[in-house]
Design a protein around this ligand. Structure first.
Ligand SMILES: Nc1ncnc2c1ncn2[C@@H]1O[C@H](COP(=O)(O)OP(=O)(O)OP(=O)(O)O)[C@@H](O)[C@H]1O
Ligand SMILES: [Mg+2]
Ligand SMILES: [Zn+2]
Length: 337
């Protein structure tokens, strides 16, 4: 039997007032409410914490100790929770060498391509590796940067003069694929790369980045140079392969221009089409209007919040505003008064 809702009974975390509610699965569900009303208490500290507890029960202590830690949620029972992917506003994890290519599967596939079809031929083996110590620039160890220590002043970072910032060892640059070496490939934008490579899997990866509006990004661009909105979309691209996940986002629209908000909405719809449940905490009215289901927590902050003010479709909320401040702003946004 298909379980169509996640059922929460007696949630009392932080300011939540013993609330019970059902969250529809396989839809875009937006949690709304004023700052301090209890959205994070419900979504992260109750649902997220319970999901984490369930994962913990099935993992050994080694894995358990390395998972994100939530406390024990103050809730009676949660039904039909499958394992969520929790994404928040934290930056993507990765080291200074992380690029678009390394956090996706693009890099691994390029390596394979170079070992199979690169020139000169290196043989059908795994010896060809850009991030193996032999493939890394010996001077900067792959970071592309050199730290210069100055007396009495803060250290400064300079582009490495051995690899010119690419992070690759000079020997690796003699290998070419279709006339280009790895640094030349890493300088290509996503839009250029999609024409250069004819391998289906790589094309799919580049297409995904294109659909996220990241066509102008160089595939070797380092993650620490990404803007907040770019990073958020890249994070989502890593989730988009999954199905039947619960994807939780805390204000994904923050920092996005209206035209990027449209792309974000398209992406959320893609995630749902692929069988996921998307739970979003949002203050952005455009995203609220695109929700399949709205859950309003409030009506105010702290002790004056923590209640379930509304749960239903956007249309219903507009027609029956009740005590919901969100309804007031949605009506105003839609020009209904
Ligand atoms: N650990 C805690 N101890 C005591 N009170 C807490 C704790 N965490 C949150 N609260 C309180 O619970 C209430 C709800 O907080 P919560 O973080 O859920 O709000 P929110 O709706 O997510 O707000 P925002 O939109 O600003 O993120 C707030 O009044 C907050 O101060
Ligand atoms: Mg919050
Ligand atoms: Zn170097």
């Amino acid at each position: 039997m298909v379980q169509k809702t996640i059922n929460i009974y007696g949630a009392r975390q932080n300011n939540l007032k013993n609330i019970s509610l059902k969250i529809p699965k396989h839809q875009i569900v937006v949690f709304t409410g004023v700052s301090g009303s209890g959205k994070s208490s419900l979504v992260f500290e109750t649902i997220g914490a319970e999901a984490q507890r369930q994962i913990n029960e099935t993992q050994d202590s080694f894995v358990r100790n390395r998972l994100q830690h939530f406390g024990i949620a103050d809730v009676d029972k949660i039904e039909n929770l499958n394992v969520p992917v929790i994404i928040n506003q934290k930056p993507l994890t990765g080291n200074i060498r992380s690029t678009v290519a390394t956090i996706t599967d693009i890099y691994a596939n390029l390596r394979l391509l170079f070992s199979r079809m690169g020139e000169p031929f290196v043989g059908y083996s795994h010896v060809f590796s850009f991030n193996h110590p032999g493939g890394m620039c010996p001077q900067c160890e792959g970071s592309g940067l050199e730290k210069i220590e100055l007396a009495f002043l803060e250290d400064v970072e300079m582009i490495c003069d051995v690899c010119h910032g690419s992070g690759y060892a000079p020997e690796i640059l003699k290998y070419h694929y279709k006339g280009k070496n790895i640094t030349e490939i890493m300088k290509m934008t996503v839009a250029e790369a999609i024409h250069f490579f004819d391998h289906e899997y790589l094309q799919q990866q580049f297409q995904l980045l294109m659909s996220l509006g990241l066509d102008y990004i160089a595939i070797g661009q380092r993650l620490n140079t990404f803007s907040g909105g770019e990073r958020q979309r890249l994070k989502l691209s890593k989730e988009i392969d999954g199905t039947n996940h619960i994807i939780v986002l805390d204000e994904p629209s923050s920092g996005l221009h209206p035209s990027d908000t449209e792309k974000l909405i398209a992406l959320l719809n893609d995630l749902v089409d692929q069988g996921n449940t998307v739970i979003v905490i949002e203050h952005n009215l455009e995203i609220m209007t695109q929700a399949d289901w709205i859950i309003d927590i409030g009506p105010l902050a702290g002790d004056k919040g923590g209640e379930l003010v509304f749960s239903g479709t956007v249309d219903d909320l507009i027609k029956n505003p009740g005590r919901s401040f969100t309804a007031f702003y949605l009506r105003k946004y839609l020009g209904l008064f």
